[in-house]
Every structure is written in C-alpha cells, then in structure tokens.
Design a protein around this ligand. Structure first.
Ligand SMILES: [Zn+2]
Length: 192
C-alpha cells in the first residue's frame, strides 16, 4: 500500500512537471443554466457539451483553472440559450436573426450559427462552436468587441470572428491579455 502511495504521489508530481502547469484550485465559482427557445433536442445537448468543454478548458474563461463554471438545472448567474433565428429578437430588438447575442444575464447562441457555423469562419465547426460560446460569454463578463491588434496574430475572442477574423488568425480562445482582463473583472488573484 505504501509503495503504491509513493508511486501515485510521484507519478502525480511528474505529470505536473510534464504539463508545465501546477494544479490550481478554483478561486471562484460561476453557475449557469442552459435553456432553449424555439428549438429543442440534440442541438441543445450539443450546446451543453460544448459549454462543458469551453468552460473547463484552461485556455478559456476558467482562467487557467481559477474559475469553475458549474452547470445548474435552473437559474444560475447566467443562462446559456440555444435560440431559433426567429426567436433572437424576443431577447432584444437589438439582436439579429442572423447572429448570436448577449442581453443582460442571457447568453444567446443562434441555432443556425451553432448548427452551421459561419461562412466567414475559417476552420472546423467544433472550433467555431467553442468560439461563439466563449465570445458571447465574454460579453456577459463585461467585454465589448475587440479588433485585430496585429495582422497575422491570433484574433482576440472578443473580435467579431463570426464576421471574419482577417487580418488575424481564427482563434476560439480568449487571448492571455483577455484572460488577465477577466481576472481583474472577477477579482481572481495570483495571475500576472
Ligand atoms: Zn459580440
């Protein structure tokens, strides 16, 4: 037993060295629920799976593991919606049937974009879905749109990449600068 413990302990230590990033306890938790308007079924389950992936990834708004997003059955701090195009304007007249939209606590993913991606997105559909969840959640966090800082660089996730990332490269994850800005908003400490 002792031998096993020692092995397990050292394997963990080696794994941490290999990963290059020490395990980090979450400092804050954000709760969210998932709902649908004008649609249901498999696409909603796929949105839930995409959100799980986007929110748990250290490259995302989890801020290298400092923030834990927890999916709750109802309510929560924000609601992540999958909405049919014709439902988009029921959230706000400022929302478009063509695009996703965030209004107050409602982070609304346009079903057509989620199913089909965008003709302006270069890359696979799975990465587009991650991008659109991260982008709209970034609005909920308080971010406005960003522009491409340097041609050829990775696009900020808050750039309107659904309408094209040129002259930046398509990128579904918040840049380090965006994550550090989110840390300031959320009061997450210990990051430089
Ligand atoms: Zn936007």
């Amino acid at each position: 037993m002792r031998r096993f413990f020692t092995w397990a302990c050292c394997s963990l230590a080696i794994a941490l060295v290999w990963s290059g990033t020490p395990a980090t306890a979450a400092q804050i938790e954000i709760t969210y629920s998932i709902a649908a308007r004008g649609t249901s079924g498999q696409a909603v389950a796929l949105l839930a799976a995409t959100a799980d992936q986007a929110y748990a990834d250290p490259r995302g708004w989890s801020l290298w593991g400092r923030v834990r997003f927890r999916h709750v059955a109802s309510g929560g701090e924000f609601t992540l919606w999958l909405a049919a195009p014709e439902s988009m304007t029921t959230f706000s007249s400022a929302c478009s049937p063509s695009w996703s939209c965030t209004v107050g606590r409602n982070v609304v993913i346009n079903e057509s974009r989620f199913r089909n991606g965008s003709p302006y997105w270069i890359g696979d559909l799975a990465r587009y879905r991650i991008m659109v969840v991260n982008h709209e959640t970034g609005h909920w966090l308080g971010f406005d749109h960003a522009t491409c800082p340097t041609p050829g660089a990775m696009g900020p996730v808050m750039m309107q990449q659904s309408k094209g990332s040129y002259p930046c490269l398509p990128n579904p994850w918040p840049l380090a600068t965006e994550r550090l800005a989110a840390a300031r908003i959320l009061g997450v400490t210990g990051l430089k």
